[in-house]
Design a protein around this ligand. Structure first.
Ligand code: UDP
Length: 403
């Protein structure tokens, strides 16, 4: 894992100096992150890098998990879908299950942070433990058009926080508390994003029996309907009528996502009989994901809803041409026809993929612009700085802090 000074060649000495200065101001404060899973999905991805880097520069950052059973995570997944605006029926029983598990977590979790930093809706109810400390809710979801019943229920907790953070301007909501706009980030030095030798890339392709005979289109995502894996297969099929290619659909589950097994079954069914579709169930293996992204001619992210879409940033950082749906935080990362291609349908996605496969110079230019955009806006050093400014601002509520 990269040490803070190893980021200097990428982001410059002044950026790292700023981080150390801010960390100095936070001495003595404990920042307690709490979420619901340590593996799978963007939140865990970020915390795995954020917490050690904060510690290294002198901030006492820690990370705890809430506990929940199958029923609880089935309900929070429903909340997740409902907040993303998909139509889901949420019943009183669902709310009761959420409250029951929350009650046990409220009793069992040791809340010791000066700043308690709650990620996503699952641990929201812990706010009942609020004392003199500061509480921040970090929403990683696209809540631009949430189901009102679910949002109304969760507002009962959110309103008691000191502040909320959203990833994109369109996600902010009318709230009686301070709101901050902070986009997520990727770590350029992590195993997921660091440079790899061709030998390593080839060995991963070999391990998964993926020949290099045809261009590879890849989507890396949890098997979740909102990532539209069936739309990805349909897109590939439309492309393949004109350009011979392979599809890699790779992902795992997350321990707080109970739907993935069912979705994976649907994906396998849709892909059956096509030997050029490679469905990979990856254990948490960042080097392999990195290698698959690097081996691809085009990266797809055909999400129906997306909080931010770290996979898009990861692909762009590798200077890959990306075709992605124009949803949620993806539009912060891709300027259409400049740093990638945005789409709204299977037809649009397949048209864009065909265009990129048949115009390698254009594809390369989009990828290079994308890498520059990620470098300037979505690396972890920017994210660390904004979080530290936010923590400091909690102690100066009257001052306006420009992030
Ligand atoms: N990811 C992973 N293994 C998988 C699927 C995804 O490590 O099998 C990673 C992916 O590389 C990215 C994160 O999980 O870093 C997913 O974040 P994103 O914002 O794209 O979507 P989320 O899963 O949070 O909805």
């Amino acid at each position: 894992m990269g040490k803070i000074d190893e980021y200097i060649p990428t982001v410059g000495q002044p950026t790292i100096d700023d981080l150390r200065l801010l960390a100095e101001r936070l001495k003595g404060k404990v920042i307690q992150n709490i979420n619901s899973t340590s593996v799978g999905g963007g939140v865990a991805e970020i915390l795995h890098r954020m917490v050690p880097l904060l510690k290294e520069i002198g901030v006492d950052a820690r990370w705890d998990l809430i506990k929940g059973g199958e029923q609880f995570f089935a309900v929070t997944k429903k909340f997740h879908n409902a907040l993303h605006g998909t139509s889901v029926e949420i019943t009183q029983k669902d709310f009761d299950i959420f409250l029951d598990t929350s009650r046990s977590n409220i009793e069992e979790i040791n809340v010791y942070g000066d700043v308690v930093f709650i990620h996503d809706p699952q641990p929201l109810a812990l706010i009942k433990n609020k004392a003199e400390n500061k509480w921040v809710w970090r929403c990683h979801i696209d809540v631009s058009e949430p189901d009102q019943k679910t949002w109304g229920f969760l507002r009962g907790f959110i309103d008691s926080y000191d502040a909320a953070i959203f990833s994109a301007p369109a996600f902010s909501q009318k709230l009686p508390i301070r709101q901050f706009l902070i986009s997520p980030s990727i770590d350029p030095l992590s195993d997921k994003n660091k440079e790899l030798s061709q030998e390593t890339i080839d060995s991963v392709l070999k391990k998964y029996d993926i020949p290099k005979d045809k261009p590879i289109i890849t989507q890396i995502s949890r098997f979740d309907r909102l990532k539209d894996p069936l739309g990805v297969i349909e897109t590939y099929k439309q492309v393949k009528r004109y350009i011979d290619c392979r599809l890699v659909l790779a992902g795992g589950g997350a321990s707080d996502d109970p739907e993935s097994t069912e979705v994976l079954g649907e994906v396998k069914e849709a892909a059956k009989d096509d030997l050029d579709i490679h469905i990979l169930l990856l254990a948490q293996n960042d080097i392999e994901i990195n290698a698959l992204q690097r081996a691809s001619a085009v990266i797809l992210q055909k999400s129906i809803r997306e909080g931010f879409g770290l996979t898009v940033a990861e692909a762009l950082w590798k200077a890959k041409p990306v075709v992605a749906s124009n949803v949620g935080g993806i539009s912060l990362q891709i300027a259409h026809k400049y740093s990638g291609l945005l789409c709204h349908s299977v037809e649009g996605a397949s048209f864009a993929v065909k265009q990129l496969l048949s115009s390698p110079d254009y594809a390369r230019r989009l990828g290079e612009n994308g890498r520059e955009h990620i470098k300037n806006n979505f690396l972890i050093t920017r994210h660390l700085k904004e979080y530290m400014l936010l923590f400091l601002s909690l102690y100066h509520p009257e001052d306006i802090v420009y992030l």
